[in-house]
Every structure is written in C-alpha cells, then in structure tokens.
Design a protein around this ligand. Structure first.
Ligand code: AHR
Length: 312
C-alpha cells in the first residue's frame, strides 16, 4: 500500500542519511580487532553507513583518511588516534566543514573545541589499578618489575605508565628495572621480554611483568616459558584489556591480573552523536568507560566464554 511504501522510502532514506567515517589505528591487538568488529556491528544495527579506514599504525594514514572523509562530506568522523599530538591542523579542517569528530579509546593533546567528545577509559586509573594489585599481592617483599609499554606517544602508553608509577611510588621495595615499548603487539612483546630476561639474570632477578596490554603480556608469557621459568609464579604477570586469551592464560596459572577495557566505544559514540545531531547541544567532553580488575578468582574460563559475544 501507499502507507507501507512511504514508510519504506522514509526508512531507507533515513538510513542513507547518516554517514560516519571511522579512522581506525590498525589491528595491533586482539582488543583493537574487537573494537573494529563492534563498531561495524553497531553501525549496521543502527542503519549507519560506516566508511572504514585502517591506518596500519600510521598517523599520516589517519590524517589522509580524515581528509578523504571531509571531501566525501560525511556527517561525522570517529577517530581512534594512534598518538596524542599532531592533530590540530586536520581537526581544524573538519571543524571548518562542520563535521563533528568523536575520539574513540584514546585521547589527544589538542584544543577541546576541535572534537565533540572522547569515549575512553580513565587510562591513568587503569595503570593505578594494575599497580595497586601488584603492591597488595607482593606486600613488603623486594620486587623488580619489567614494563612493556604501549605505542610510543600514544595516550594509553603515557597514562598507564603514569598510573602504575603512582601506585608504587614511595614503596622502596618496588623498582621498575626495565621499561621499553612493545608497540601493543604480541610479537614485539615477546621480543622485548626476551631481551629483559637476558639482561636480568635469565629472568631470575625479575619479580613481575607489567604490560600495557594483554597481547604484549601473552607474548611475554611465551618468552618466560621459553626461558625455563613459570609465568604467573616465578614472574607475576599483570596487564590491561581483558581479551579472551589472557583468561586462558589465567586459567592455566600463567597470568595473574588484568584490567578490563570494553571494545564497545562505538555504542556510546553513536548515542551521543544521535543526540547531538537532534538538538545540537554539546555533550560532555569525556564519556568514561569502566575499568574492572579480574584475577583468577573470577572464574577465568567462564569470562573467556562470555567474551565471545563482545566482538572477539
Ligand atoms: O587504546 C587502547 C589500547 O590500544 C588497547 O589497550 C590496546 O590493546 C590497543 O592496541
């Protein structure tokens, strides 16, 4: 009937109305891959036309993608920024074209009027939760820590380092003896952990590994095993993300704690965008996601199973 036809036409017209460009960093970690999956799923669910661009870890590719989204006249841009600085010029171009930009999972150092809002966790807090867990677990015993940092210049690498250091500050028995980037990847995490183990008496002088994400921790665990030590026992392992594989490692007694980061940044981002496009009222500058600590007492295999519905 005419009514149904009108409804269909309206339905498809409104679905075609919202076009969002998403500049994703790449696929360095299991968490990142899940974020991509969830963002695509959320867009589909909401009838949004998502233009996806994978930057292969390079800021210059992200800048190119944003310029191309502007040229295409998208309604909004989602940006997961690989590093903190260097965004001002391109974000000004988006602003001049009246295209709102929403930051996903990482923050930037730029004037706040250059983006609509940021959907992220409190990354300093994540590091602090990891450090507090270690301090509580180790107590007064001497503890040499090795740290696998995330991508140099990225907000999670900077903030997670800061939060962890704050947690152990003033505790004379804790010392970070080695700290280097593993670029948030499993391969690099393993490689750098191998060099830490060699430098620290084959690992015998290391009490704990703090990795800025689970993928590097998983790589580190492999290196510890190959060095003939027991991860989770000889060397405690604490990291961030809560990806399924870390729960497998936990169930095997090889990882001790992780801080959860939801891969669903897009859900809140689309909600805020919808509201903004309707009423044009600026939302809060920060939409904070939760940071929950998991340890082996949380039934790791059950959590592992439940993670399968979250884009992993
Ligand atoms: O920005 C979030 C971080 O980026 C995740 O913790 C890490 O796995 C990813 O690469």
């Amino acid at each position: 009937s005419a009514t149904i036809l009108a409804a269909c036409m309206f339905g498809s017209a409104s679905a075609a109305e919202l076009v969002v460009g998403f500049s994703q960093i790449g696929s360095e970690s299991g968490w990142r891959a899940a974020e991509t999956t969830v963002t695509k799923e959320e867009a589909k669910k909401r009838g949004v036309d998502l233009k996806f661009a994978d930057a292969q870890q390079k800021q210059e590719n992200q800048i190119k993608a944003i310029r191309s989204f502007i040229a295409q006249g998208v309604n909004a841009i989602f940006l997961a920024p690989v590093v903190e600085t260097g965004w001002d010029a391109v974000l000004k171009e988006a602003k001049e074209s009246e295209i709102p930009v929403i930051l996903l999972d990482r923050t930037i150092k730029a004037p706040e009027d250059l983006y609509l809002t940021a959907v992220t966790s409190d990354q300093v807090h994540e590091g602090k939760v990891a450090g507090d867990w270690l301090a509580k677990t180790v107590g007064d015993k001497p503890c040499n820590i090795v740290e696998l940092q995330g991508t140099t210049g990225s907000s999670p690498a900077i903030a997670r380092k800061k939060g962890f250091e704050e947690a152990i500050a003033g505790k004379a028995n804790f010392k970070i003896v080695r700290s280097q980037t593993g670029d948030f990847t499993r391969t690099k995490g393993k490689e750098v952990m191998e060099s830490f183990l060699k430098a620290e008496n084959g690992g015998k002088d290391i009490c704990a590994l703090y990795a800025h994400n689970d993928d590097m921790a998983v790589g580190g665990i492999q290196a510890i095993k190959e060095a003939g030590l027991k991860p989770g026992k000889d060397i405690l392992v604490v990291s961030i993300d809560a990806v399924p594989d870390i729960f497998k490692a936990m169930a095997a007694g090889e990882a001790n704690a992780t801080v959860e980061l939801t891969p669903n940044m897009a859900g809140p981002a689309f909600d805020v965008l919808d509201a903004y496009l309707k009423d044009k009222k600026a939302p809060a500058k920060w939409i904070q996601t939760e940071s929950k600590l998991y340890t082996p007492s949380d039934d790791p295999m059950k959590v592992y199973e439940s993670k399968k519905n979250l884009g992993y």
